[in-house]
Structure formats: C-alpha cells, structure tokens
Design a protein around this ligand. Sequence first.
Ligand code: CUA
Length: 144
Amino acid sequence: TLLVIGLLVVIIVGDAFFHGVNPPSKVETIDSAKLHLSKEFAESNLGVQLDDKGEIMVRMVAGRYSFFPKHIAVPAETKITFRWVSMDVLHGVHIPMTNMSTMIVPGYVAEITTSFPKPGEYPVLCNEYCGLGHNHMWSNISVI
Ligand code: CUA
C-alpha cells in the first residue's frame, strides 16, 4: 500500500512539476510517506500548538476520508495559522464562514491564516473530489 501511495505521490507531484502547475500554497515540501510512519509523529506534530511567537498554529493531515485530528478546539476572534498536508491524494479544505479554502497537494504544505468570527461548531469539508468517500470527508472544529 505504501508503495502504491508513494508512486501516486510521485506521479501527481511529477505531473504538476512537468506541467508547471504550481498552486499558490506551494512554498514548502514534505515527504508524504513520513505521515504514515507513526502515531508518535501524529501526536507530537498534529493539532493545536503555540508557535515560537506565542501564536496559534494548527497542523492537520488530510487523508481518505477524513481530516486528522478529527476534532479540535480553538478560540474565536483570534489569528490562527493552519498548515495542511495530504497523506495520499489531492484534497481540498473549506471551512464555511472563514477564508479557509485551498487545495491540499500531496508533497506540499498549504498554509493559511484565518480567524473564526464567533463561537460555535464549524465543519471542515473536503472540496476536491478525492474518491468514493469524498462526500463523507470532513472533521469538526469547536470554536470557544
Ligand atoms: Cu478529500 Cu474530497
């Protein structure tokens, strides 16, 4: 399975490079295979953290068919930087009522800064067709 996924990543990224298709979020690359390796990686790197400047940084992974972590909580009316990576194929992420809408291209980090206007439950939706489970690909953010 890893080999197949790796091959897919190579094909997709190679294809994007060959055709010169570079999404604006293409600023940093990541080895997608690493995302599969361990629970330790996920637990130490994913979710809500404070960065060096004391600002909120959220790291999430998109994979068929969910966003991980499945559920997080963040404060309202606060600048939050999200960093997204894909563990398999092209996904998208859309969070209604915010400016969050971007492709998540395998092999690249998509970074977007946003804030949530008011407390409540916000769905995190995939808006790029990614397979049979696409319609069920979502997670949830509690804004408090
Ligand atoms: Cu992931 Cu559609």
